[in-house]
Design a protein around this ligand. Structure first.
Ligand SMILES: [Zn+2]
Length: 388
């Protein structure tokens, strides 16, 4: 593929990507397709297989870069995406072959059509439509839909170790609501899981003075800690703590149990870090009467951090480019679940900008070709404006 103006057509590349059955973490040749598309565009490709740590499976990743070293100066733009897809499920429920890339009435069908092989195809096609100048890198993982341990998180760490510094990143996940560019995601809430154990003294229910029942203490803690933690912030709703289970495990009626275990989850905004949140939960626990029980609290796993990208710079430019194309400023959203943007936010401002995703993860996942072409043109307009 050589540079052609206007925007090169992304449909052939998208079809090739969809024909690879790259269900997480099977790569199925999909990264070869990307390597073949990017090499003629002057990119240096590094294939990175990050091996499992702590029981995780190995994952294939790809890093491509152009103009990042050498005489070129100016801003360094990063694009991130994932080639892995969720399984098709019961293939009999599909009207179209899940990995066939069939086109019917201007709509392309296949697993990954919106989530998110179109984003990758559109970005590469956008680059191929522009002069080969400027500093652009592309980080692709084949594990976003599952554990996400050996994917973008480690790719970003590796790129930093190689000396790459990025000024702005676009994640090509489906971010739009009904039309291409009507919404971009500028941040995400964080998520923290925790466990509280309350230890009393087991005993006979007929002799409560010889036991110490932890259940009333648990009840007090649950009502004291549940609910909102703040009033929200400019771009986020209020942070909220929910208890997700209360476990006593007592099968009999004549024993006061020794231990109650509580599990909780907090979805939190940009007013908190995992550290300040953990501290606040501890203080909340300590402010209650423990009635001589022993209360322990621990954070479970690694919390995902909240982030909010600065609204100036790349975000503002992207909003302007979208408004110039669509006549409407995009909604700056922080809603939805997690994505790999959370791993990029520690390195540079990041935004998710992609298609509407009404069929993602569904049977007959599909994308109107007009949407893929519009996304390509939008990316091209942004890249040209940003690298200028
Ligand atoms: Zn996705």
């Amino acid at each position: 593929m050589t540079s052609t103006l206007p925007a090169a057509d992304p449909v052939a590349l998208l079809s090739d990507l969809i024909r690879c059955a790259s269900v997480t973490p099977t790569e199925a040749g999909v990264l070869d397709v990307i390597e073949r598309a990017l090499t003629p565009l002057g990119f240096t490709i590094t294939r990175l297989r990050f091996e499992g740590e702590g029981g995780t499976y190995p994952v294939d990743n790809l890093f491509a870069t152009r103009g990042a070293s050498g005489p070129t100066t100016g801003p360094h733009l990063l694009f991130n995406g994932h080639t892995d897809v969720v399984p098709p499920g019961d293939v009999a429920l599909w009207r179209h072959e899940p990995f066939g890339a069939e086109i019917e009435d201007g709509v392309l069908y296949g697993r990954g059509a919106v989530d998110m092989k179109s984003g990758i195809a559109a970005f590469i096609a956008a680059i191929s439509s522009l002069p080969a100048t400027g500093r652009i890198s592309i980080a692709i993982t084949n594990d976003e839909e599952a554990e996400s341990v050996n994917g973008t998180a480690r790719l970003m760490q590796w790129a930093a170790e190689q000396g790459h510094k990025f000024d702005f990143a676009i994640v090509g996940e489906p971010s739009s609501t009904t039309t291409v560019g009507d919404s971009i995601k500028i941040g995400r809430r964080g998520s923290l899981n925790g466990r509280i154990t309350i230890a009393g003294v087991q005993g006979h229910v007929a002799y409560p003075h010889k036991a110490l029942n932890p259940i009333p203490v648990a009840a007090t803690l649950i009502s004291a800690l549940s609910g909102t933690l703040d009033d929200g912030s400019e771009h986020f709703p209020a942070s909220n703590l929910e208890f997700t289970t209360v476990d006593v495990g007592n099968p009999v009626t004549n024993v006061i149990p020794a231990i109650v275990t509580l599990a909780l989850n907090v979805r939190y905004n940009d007013k908190w870090t995992p550290e300040t949140l953990e501290e606040a939960i501890r203080e909340g626990i300590e402010s209650q009467d423990d009635e001589n029980t022993r209360i322990d609290f621990e954070v479970q796993g690694t919390p995902s951090r909240s982030f909010l990208s600065p609204l100036s710079g790349g975000v503002e430019l992207l909003a302007q480019v979208i408004e110039a194309r669509t006549g409407k400023r995009p909604e700056l959203s922080t809603g939805g679940g997690t994505s790999d943007a959370r791993f990029i936010a520690a390195y540079c401002p990041v935004v998710e900008c992609g298609l509407p995703g009404p069929t993602m993860h569904k049977t007959d996942e599909c994308v109107p070709l007009a949407d893929v072409r519009e996304l390509t043109a939008l990316y091209a307009a942004f890249i040209a404006a940003y690298l200028k």
